[in-house]
Design a protein around this ligand. Structure first.
Ligand SMILES: [Zn+2]
Ligand SMILES: [Zn+2]
Length: 213
């Protein structure tokens, strides 16, 4: 994400050793059928991000109006049956995520492929960076004001899960259209984010601020 042909840099040696020693946990998410199966792999003990991503894929996705979800139908139609998401706090390059091109996948993905016999692709997502990400400040401010203090928590949770979904879909778009320019892929995910935020504000908070689809 964010820069074309940019790949995740390798972690520093101390970080790599710490990660190896601590180990990883995996959870399997079965979202609605139009999405692929998702295996989330994350450092042992750091479940928060994995649980939010799971909720984003299996719950938040279904609360987004069907006509907005349909914008990703062409991308989702080209997905393998399984996607592996390496969830981490941040990337050293500060990107929110990267699609891992064929041949660069981790051992987890290669092993899952070998064990299951089905194809899988891989990406990484930076949970803390995505949580802090502010892609549409105008829409955000309007929606936050509409939510007020009463429903602020509900709104913040939706916004976090939508951001996770948005970066996830963005990276899948790179898999579906490897030749597409970053600006095109980013334009598509940026519009999806704003439209979904607008729909939530209208449908759940009862306020329209003119950015809804
Ligand atoms: Zn991108
Ligand atoms: Zn990067």
């Amino acid at each position: 994400m964010r820069r074309r042909f940019h790949r995740a840099p390798p972690p520093s040696l101390p970080k790599l050793l710490w990660t190896m020693l601590r180990g990883h946990e995996q959870i399997l998410v079965r979202p609605s059928p139009e999405l692929p199966l998702v295996t989330i792999t994350f450092p042992r003990g750091e479940r928060t991000g994995a649980m939010e991503l799971k909720a984003a894929l299996s719950e938040t996705w279904l609360t987004i109006p069907a006509e907005l979800r349909a914008r990703y139908t062409p991308v989702l139609g080209k997905m393998p049956p399984m996607v592996v998401v390496e969830l981490r706090a941040r990337n050293t390059c500060r990107c929110l995520g990267h699609f891992h091109p064929p041949g660069t996948e981790s051992r987890v993905t290669r092993r899952l492929r070998a064990m299951s016999g089905v194809d899988a692709c891989e990406m990484d997502l930076a949970f803390v960076s995505i949580k802090e990400w502010q892609p549409a400040p105008l829409a955000y401010n309007a929606a936050a004001a509409a939510a007020g203090t009463d429903r602020g928590e509900e709104f913040e949770l939706f916004r976090l899960r939508l951001a996770l979904l948005d970066v996830f879909l963005h990276e899948l778009h790179h898999r579906a259209s490897p030749e597409a320019a970053e600006a095109e892929v980013r334009g598509h995910s940026g519009e999806f984010y704003s439209a979904a935020l607008g729909a939530f504000t209208q449908n759940h908070l009862g306020v329209s601020y003119g950015l809804a689809p």
